[in-house]
Design a protein around this ligand. Sequence first.
Ligand SMILES: Cc1ncc(COP(=O)(O)O)c(C=O)c1O
Length: 448
Amino acid sequence: MDLQDGAFDPAAAGNSLEEHWMPFSANRAFKANPRLVVRSEGVYLWDHHGGRVLDGSSSLFNVPLGHGRPEIIDAITQQLRTNDYAAPFQTSHPGAFTLARKLAALLPEPLNHTFFSASGSEAIDTALKIVMAYHRARGESQRLRFVSRERAYHGVNMGGVSLSGMVRNRESFPSVLPNIVHMRHTWSADQRFTRGQPATGAEMAEDLERACQTYGGGTIAACFVEPVAGSTGTLVPPVGYLERLREICDQHGILLVFDEVICGFGRMGTAFGAQAFGVTPDIITMAKALTNGIIPMGATAVRDEIYETVVGAAPEGAIEFFHGYTYSGHPVACAAALATLAIYERDGIFDRAAAMSDYFLDAVWSLKDHPLVYDLRGYGMMAGVELHPDGAPGRRGNAMQEALFWGGLHVKFTGDVGILAPPLVAEKSHIDEMIDSLRRVLDAQAGG
Ligand SMILES: Cc1ncc(COP(=O)(O)O)c(C=O)c1O
């Protein structure tokens, strides 16, 4: 193994790569032709042959500040030296309280209480349990039904998989939660190449009203949506859609949950998608950019009244909410998050993202006439580039992802949609480089 020049040869290192069962990966194809990242710095990664690769999706929407930020590394190192771990049940540590307070300042009012976990999936399952505990505390235990949406991604724990509207993620797991109702997604072909919020599609919110009519609004506990559905290729909410969901939830006493695991922390040009779209949910889930992706962390923020209701329903001195993780509010994750939030604030990262959005979307839209491009969608610093399929769905996406990687650009693909979400510190030159690489590989794929 030789990291000196960024190269690493698995065979020479005596590793067949067989033992590691990779997540969400075509293990056999990968192991025949591995793509290993051996170094990362700023907006770049280096592969195991020493090639430089631009991080076009912020490594799964994780690193808005780029890789290797010394401020975050220092904060983590300092934390490890002073207090590497503190048990979170019936004891805690100062960082968790400081972080929850900082988040309250970023979150829309009145979401001022935050429950920590270690991933987006855990943040979602925590939200499900908070919703159940809240309705129970209010004497509304009959609210057992959850509404989510087709093409939603809410992580991989059993609660999140149940909510998920991505069929492949559910089909191997028949024992998901019962009582989940899926609304239709909001995308339709007439919206193709819409930049920002589509003018059509708000009527899809009426699926929630229909669920209320079908099952009784009083049986529905919560409605979960991503403000912009990220993992299925950037589905931007139509004008008026989120507002209408809010209205229907209010009419029927349903909690509205925004899954902001991707949208949170500047991706939409504001702290949260809730502020970008001017709709305040009752609960917000977050993860990823909370720590700049450096240490795993998830969080679930709730309205004051939700916290007060659940906590107030229990006898004085009793544990109010029977839920928590060994790594809830891990001191090192809190240190990473505090350092990350400090940079967001000091460097005005959310405003920077808002200011860069036009340049980014202009660059993406320059691909509009490419023969392989079927649709473009985008908002803030995230865009979906949907390609015409090549036979089986996803075949073109897989081929593109691999060709792009070796061509110097890492992009997350879901099926045939590439999701562009560069680090929020990317310069215009990085955006140009990203689109040039994309065009070059698209041309090659098109046989041009
Ligand atoms: C909207 C959304 N929710 C939840 C998750 C799950 O997060 P994690 O992979 O950290 O469990 C993701 C991950 O991409 C996501 O995009």
